[in-house]
Write a protein that binds this ligand. Structure first.
Ligand SMILES: *Cc1c(COP(=O)(O)O)cnc(C)c1O
Length: 440
């Protein structure tokens, strides 16, 4: 076997695309350069090579042997399109600063909305899932001032923290043994009243559990709350053909929620700095209204800065996302959907191997592509210590997993004897590099 190499062939393509982009500015007068280059080439080289050396100090997120956290590099088309756009560095705040890239953002976001079945929507890209969820909860708080936000105890911690920032009351609802929101606990809380918004997570960050959306929608008919779906991690799985029935039913019901968050920088093959928030009712745009003396709105068309809490935003993110969706459209049965399907197949295959191995205790089968398993031990403390040892031993062999402390009830059927709050340290693997072989 030969050693690892990054793919460098596409740098020629970047040069060709840069020359094409240059053609569009051919009529500009030449800019006289200060003798030679505008920078000291030798100094530039020194610093860049120093950066390359510093960057050697990373776990190999791009390699099949890295099967730990949610990390992988963007698709080459995203990397190239982003690099190309950076020569111009558009700002997708106002159309004046992003004549090409704002329309590309609108097109790319509309395609994501259509993936969820929305022909009409209001939405935009954000710096990530946190900002996207903040906007969704902010709108929920505007519409139902003073009312409580509910999310499951397996929801991302950002919801309770954002609620704190927005000064919206927040409560968590317990999860069941499959790490999904417990419907009885949810209804018990709804009966007490004062709930303005329920957050359903489709693909929890820890284990990839999918909350039972069809049943939550039925409760909405009775109790009338706003429903936000946090699909930051799992959203693209709506395209996959190999989900189990409960997850399939949840994704099929997504069109009925009020707002959706999805992170193109997680499963959408994008560089970091790319989240997305979508609202079903475009009328919520009225809450974003501002009156800035700094923004030059020379066009009467929608400026994305009018419907976004963040002001300056990377046009390059939109360009990268647009290019990726152009190459890999968000359709069922397509190449992109196939990549998600193979992520899930790998997770199921690893689950089968671990379930058959008496050293380990598996939780439930993975609903998406995140797998968690405990190491068998006489008690929770020793099982946790054994998981940490295995984590370190795997790392020493060059295989990178993750650790997670999770409720013991996910793993042990007799968990009543352990108490509801008992936890166990377990191993966790996010198998999100679908087109690659699994870890060695
Ligand atoms: C990752 C994640 C978030 C936070 O998103 P960032 O992009 O990390 O800011 C929120 N919710 C869920 C379900 C996530 O997986």
């Amino acid at each position: 076997m030969t050693h690892f190499e990054f793919d460098k062939g596409d740098l020629d393509l970047l040069r060709e695309a840069l020359a094409r982009m240059e053609q569009g500015f051919r009529d500009l007068p030449a800019v006289p350069r200060p003798a030679g280059r505008s920078y000291d080439e030798a100094a530039l080289r020194d610093v860049l090579l120093e950066v390359a050396t510093r960057m050697q100090d990373n776990y190999p997120y791009f390699h099949p042997n890295y099967a730990g956290q949610m990390l992988k590099p963007p698709h080459p088309i995203a990397r190239l399109a982003y690099s190309l756009a950076m020569y111009i560095n558009p700002n997708n705040h106002a159309l004046d600063g992003s004549r090409a890239s704002s329309p590309m953002e609108k097109e790319a976001v509309a395609e994501i909305a259509r993936m969820f079945g929305w022909q009409v929507h209001l939405g935009h890209l954000t710096g990530g899932g946190t900002m996207a969820n903040l906007e969704a909860l902010w709108i929920a708080g505007q519409l139902r001032p003073g009312d409580t936000v509910l999310a499951s105890d397996q929801a991302h911690y950002t919801h309770s923290r954002i609620s704190g920032v927005l000064k919206i009351p927040f409560e968590s609802v317990t999860s069941d043994r499959y790490a999904r929101m417990d419907l009885q606990a949810l209804e018990d809380r709804l009966k007490r009243g004062g709930v303005g918004c329920v957050v359903a997570t489709l693909g929890t960050t820890a284990v990839g559990a999918v909350d039972p959306l069809p049943e939550i929608l039925k409760l909405r008919e009775r109790y009338g709350f706003r429903l936000h779906a946090d699909c930051a991690y799992g959203g693209y799985y709506t395209l996959a053909s190999n989900l189990d029935a409960p997850a399939r039913a949840a994704f099929d019901a997504l069109g009925a929620v009020d707002s959706i968050v999805i992170d193109p920088h997680k499963h959408g093959l994008q560089p970091y700095g790319c989240g997305c928030v979508l609202f079903r009712d475009p009328a919520v745009g009225k809450f974003y209204r501002h009156d800035s003396p700094y923004t030059y709105f020379t066009s009467s068309e929608l400026h994305l800065g009018e419907i976004s809490l963040e002001c300056s935003r990377a046009g390059a993110s939109a360009v990268a996302l647009w290019a990726t969706q152009r190459l890999l459209p968000l359709v069922r049965g397509g190449e992109f959907a196939g990549m998600l399907e193979s992520c899930r197949r790998q997770a199921l295959e690893l689950y089968g191997r671990l379930a058959a191995d008496t050293q380990y205790v598996t939780a439930f089968p993975p609903e998406l592509d995140i797998l968690v398993w405990a190491v068998r031990g006489p008690d929770l403390a020793r099982a946790s210590a054994a998981a940490k040892r295995e984590f370190e031993e795997a790392a020493a062999r060059g295989v990178h997993l993750a650790l997670a402390e999770l409720p013991a009830r996910f793993f042990y059927s007799k968990s009543e004897t352990l108490g509801r709050d008992a936890t166990v340290m377990c191993l966790r693997s996010v198998l999100m590099k679908g087109n690659q072989p699994g870890p060695a």
